[in-house]
Design a protein around this ligand. Structure first.
Ligand SMILES: CC(C)(COP(=O)(O)OP(=O)(O)OC[C@H]1O[C@@H](n2cnc3c(N)ncnc32)[C@H](O)[C@@H]1OP(=O)(O)O)[C@@H](O)C(=O)NCCC(=O)NCCS
Length: 176
């Protein structure tokens, strides 16, 4: 589960000197990192919603991640990417066993994915998601789904690059 922590479009020689990215299962000591990365994305949502977003409070997220990591349930995957020995990204995915309208069960739902600002565009998220794909295949699961905010153009471009297609849209109209 390792690979060069490359800087996007760097010459190959420089990429070879970059520290490796290692993807591993999360351990209890990662909970603070998971909260920090998840909270930084919550802030993006809050800014977008101008303070009206209903994102979870940090305290409940900490309990959520503690349960997810300590529980080690077979249908929950919490993976962390380390670069030079430091956690720089994570993915949280679950195996869903009830069919969706369009997706037969079982399927994988990627619920959370985040990479530290300092380590973006180096292939860290690609490595995390590919590891989720590898785990899915090892369980003979062929569908992976996720929801992304329409304003989150970076994430939409990222998933498109990995071959994900939009199958549903959430619409809203504000009534006056
Ligand atoms: C989206 C996110 C996870 C991508 O992580 P990353 O480690 O930077 O992604 P990668 O380096 O693996 O990107 C692979 C490719 O995806 C595309 N991509 C990634 N981020 C992109 C962006 N912001 N804009 C356009 N394309 C992007 C590029 O094609 C990139 O390849 P390149 O760097 O060679 O051009 C990261 O920006 C992030 O943590 N964002 C905040 C949290 C978030 O939005 N999570 C997803 C919620 S659905």
């Amino acid at each position: 589960m390792t690979g060069a922590c490359r800087k996007s479009r760097r010459p190959a020689r420089r990429a070879q000197r970059s520290p490796a990215v290692r993807v591993r299962r999360a351990v209890p000591g990662d909970v603070a990192l998971l909260c920090e990365l998840s909270e930084s994305y919550n802030n993006v949502i809050r800014r977008h919603a101008r303070g009206k977003a209903a994102t979870q409070l940090l305290g409940s997220e900490r309990r959520f991640f503690e349960r997810a990591v300590l529980g080690r349930e077979k249908d929950t995957m919490v993976l962390v990417a380390d670069c030079a020995g430091r956690g720089v990204g994570f993915v949280f995915a679950t195996v869903e066993r009830t069919a969706d309208d369009l997706v037969p069960a079982p399927y994988i739902d990627i619920a959370l994915l985040a990479v530290a600002d300092s380590h973006r565009r180096r292939g860290v998220a690609s490595k995390l998601v590919r590891e989720v794909h590898r785990e899915a295949r090892s369980r003979r699961i062929v569908n992976v789904v996720l929801a992304a905010h329409e304003f989150n153009k970076g994430a939409l471009a990222f998933y498109a690059r990995l071959g994900y297609k939009t199958i549903m849209r959430k619409l809203r109209k504000r009534l006056r």
